[in-house]
Design a protein around this ligand. Structure first.
Ligand code: RIB
Ligand code: CA
Length: 314
């Protein structure tokens, strides 16, 4: 039995972040050292409350939660719209959290956790990269204690009516994303190119209904709300953006990747915050990311539903 991968989840829950947290908790392949929260899908106070709400829901209150950046590094906060003002609309019946919040700022929590870990730690950011960017600015000497970064973000090459030039996590804090991409860290980018291939449609709702536990009914309510924006804007179901990024840590073979230099457009107008991958090395710069280019959607959903079904058994 290989040792579980020690991870810090950095997130902005957020319905899909919530499912990623649950999957990490239920997977024997993952050891959650902590959860850090950032602004993004909702304001920091709400994403932080949601992270604790989710941990209480699944009986994982031993996992420390530390709140981080309440706004991007260099610009005003533009909130995401997919999850509603609370960040977890659709489940107003979930009680307010009572578990304590770690008193440290997320950036300092990450530093202390890396120092205390016996080996390198994997960072799994599924929201804007504000905490990670600030961490790298404040603690450059701890960079080598990071095994790798597996992030949900970007749209590197597929364009369609479903995939616009910019992806929210990067768009929300492009300067932070630039810091991460220029850090020299081993970065895997799980972008819209693959996450828009793992959509929750009626067959997936039927699989969820078959789990038939109180927790699965909460997930159902999360996902029904979550699909509203996707269905309204694009006519498709909710994309499992963050669960796929997390799943790639559990089972790396779920995706195929291409190495490329990825730059963030910080000067554009309509494509501001776009992630531009140089697959043909026209910039003459070394690759700085493993860019997810393909996904085995069926195996991903099998893994996701297996882990969601395990919740009441933990
Ligand atoms: O663009 C998708 C990303 O933005 C996901 O992480 C989702 O939770 C939102 O934060
Ligand atoms: Ca997110």
């Amino acid at each position: 039995m290989t040792r579980p991968v020690p991870v810090i989840l950095d997130c902005d829950p957020g319905h899909d972040d919530a499912i990623a947290i649950v999957m990490a908790h239920c997977s024997p392949a993952i050891e959650i050292l902590g959860i850090t929260t950032t602004c993004g899908n909702a304001t920091l106070d709400r994403t932080t409350a949601n992270a604790r709400r989710i941990l209480e829901l699944i009986g994982a209150t031993h996992v420390p939660v530390a709140a981080g950046m309440e706004k991007p590094l260099a610009r005003d906060l533009v909130l995401g719209t997919a999850d509603g003002p609370s960040g977890l609309d659709g489940t107003p019946y979930l009680p307010d959290p009572t578990m304590p919040l770690d008193p440290r700022h997320a950036v300092d929590f990450i530093a202390d956790t890396l120092r205390a870990a016996p080996g390198p730690v994997t960072l799994v950011p599924t929201g804007p990269l504000s905490n990670i960017g600030m961490f790298l600015l404040k603690y450059p000497e701890l960079r080598d204690r990071i095994a790798r970064v597996v992030l949900m973000g970007g749209a590197m090459y597929r364009r369609s009516e479903y995939i616009t030039a910019t992806e929210f996590n990067i768009f929300c804090d492009p300067e932070a994303a630039s810091i991460v991409l220029n850090s020299g860290l081993d970065v895997t980018m799980v972008g819209l190119d693959v996450t828009m291939q793992v959509l929750i449609e009626e067959p997936e709702f039927a699989r969820l209904a078959a789990i038939d536990t109180p927790f699965a009914r909460v997930v159902h309510d999360w996902l029904r709300h979550y699909e509203k924006l996707h269905r309204g804007q694009m006519g498709v179901g909710g994309a499992m953006h963050d669960p796929l990024a997390l799943a790639c840590v559990i089972e790396p073979s779920l995706i195929t990747t291409r190495d490329a230099h990825v730059a963030i457009d910080l000067t554009a107008t309509h494509a501001f915050g776009a992630t531009v991958a140089d697959y043909w090395n026209e910039r003459g710069l070394p690759p700085n990311a493993h860019v997810a280019s393909g996904v085995d959607a069926a195996r991903f959903f099998d893994l996701m539903f297996d882990l969601l079904a395990a919740v009441d058994a933990t």
